[in-house]
Design a protein. Sequence first.
Length: 373
Amino acid sequence: RTFRYIRPVIQEMSRELRPPASKASIPSLLQSISRLSAASERTESEYMPVSQLGDREAPGPKEAEPDASHDALEGHVFSAFVVILMDDLHALLEAHKDRVRFIHFALTVACVIGCISLQFFLLASIKRWLCASQVEDIRSVYSDYEVIMYQHRTTTDSFGYARGIPGYFEVSNFALIDKQKQERICDIPLSHPKYICCILFVWTLTVYMDMRQTIDELIRVVVQLPQVESMADCFSARGASRCVVGITWQLRAALTACIFIPRLVASFLLLWLGSRWLMATCDLGDVMLNGIALEFILNLKTLVYAAFATQSQKDAVMSTRFPPLYTEQPCLRWAIFVSCFSVSVVVGWVLLYVFQLQGVLTDYRWDVAVACS
């Protein structure tokens, strides 16, 4: 196609160049070159892929661009609830009071309540049926180990389990324990502090990322948005997208109490309960598997959104834009501070929990690794 545009121009140029150059032929030569350039530009813009056009505009009518400083929320069930709630209130207040809107609103509320209830139910189930039994089991295993290794010279901790008295530890007594119990004792996570710290670091990092996303959305939706008198004035159309310009104080309070606070509470409980469950798992392989199993509870909001949200609802989430977290690009010092603060929080929690806060094996003597080695 390119050659079809250029061929007649090349033929005309060859005819112009055939006689000796003269003042009369120079204008026609320049005209031929300009036609060649115009044909090349037209051909390139018509047949080049849009992704390769660079700074050139793609052919077709221009649409009004949305505000570049605004962007959509992350796609999950809670962001969909925020957008759909604003959309339904906006439509209902503009005299579009039909039964379908009320049903749509009720189904969205039921979906969010079900997601939050399922998260808390799974947390309660893990605490009652999984974590409690494993904590009891690992305490019994370590208590029997202390009695044998310290030659029955023991005291009791706050839960009534045996703890050896320093100075009476005998490594050779480890041979008196049968092989199966030896393997279980050597699989106590605290006997491998580097391994359990790495697993807890990855788990804490996952929960911290979710909590940070929740706080960012809380700031963007609740804190930064101006206050409007009615939800009928909450949107400002910009081309194919729409920007949220403000919300009412009633919606601000409802979103904080019903969405963001329960999400933060669930994330913190999941962090604490997950760390306890991993610490009580008396099998190094199961520690890794339990960490993976915990993550699906954290990602339940994304799973429900992907499974139950319709394509129109997903399009509404992507086309509804909120003010950014930062109106200006943060300076390098602030970016370094935020990164260092995040690393300090995650690493600090892991070290603090392993060496101070863990209540799985209270008064742990750090004496298992010596015998197992």
